[in-house]
Design a protein around this ligand. Structure first.
Ligand SMILES: [Zn+2]
Length: 162
């Protein structure tokens, strides 16, 4: 993805109150490898039940505030993140809810989905088998997974913005 500045990130949120925005803790942007990401996702270091996703949507930085619910999928069974579709142990996938943008969100309306607890989907989809003539080209595989993440993220964001 194209890099984002702190000002772009802070200005990108569609479903956050001024108070929540003031209290948002950003990750260390100098440590981010932007070219290996579809979106910037992080948990708030000072309010761990909060998560954030920011990505480029139709050429504009678009941020979504997420709140982690208490519920994981049942222990012992594997769960799947709706964004990267990686099967993971249940404890590593969390039900996040996003307040809807505008008055609907102020009135308490939310959109929920299961996402990797650490919002680290971009790292997971880059885990591929070693290059081999018997297997699909790893670069093609990652590119197709990346497209999938962005398509499903757009669809989730549509629900938040609707
Ligand atoms: Zn994921």
């Amino acid at each position: 993805m194209q890099p984002l500045t702190e000002a772009e990130i802070r200005g990108s949120f569609t479903n956050i109150s001024e108070h929540e925005l003031e209290r948002m803790t950003l990750p260390g942007l100098h440590e981010i490898v932007w070219e290996d990401r579809e979106f910037l996702g992080w948990r708030d270091a000072h309010a761990i039940h909060r998560g954030y996703i920011v990505y480029w949507r139709e050429g504009r930085p678009t941020g979504i505030l997420l709140k982690a619910g208490g519920s994981h999928a049942r222990p012992g069974i594997s769960a799947m993140c709706t964004l990267c579709r990686t099967p993971r142990p249940a404890g590593q996938v969390t039900l996040f809810t996003a307040p809807r943008a505008g008055q609907a969100g102020i009135d308490g309306s939310t959109v929920g989905t299961y996402i990797c607890s650490d919002l680290g989907c971009s790292a997971l989809i880059r885990i591929v088998p070693a290059r081999s003539e018997m297997l699909p080209d790893p670069d093609v595989l990652v590119a197709s997974r990346a497209t999938g993440i962005l398509t499903r993220l757009d669809s989730f964001t549509n629900g938040v913005l609707r």
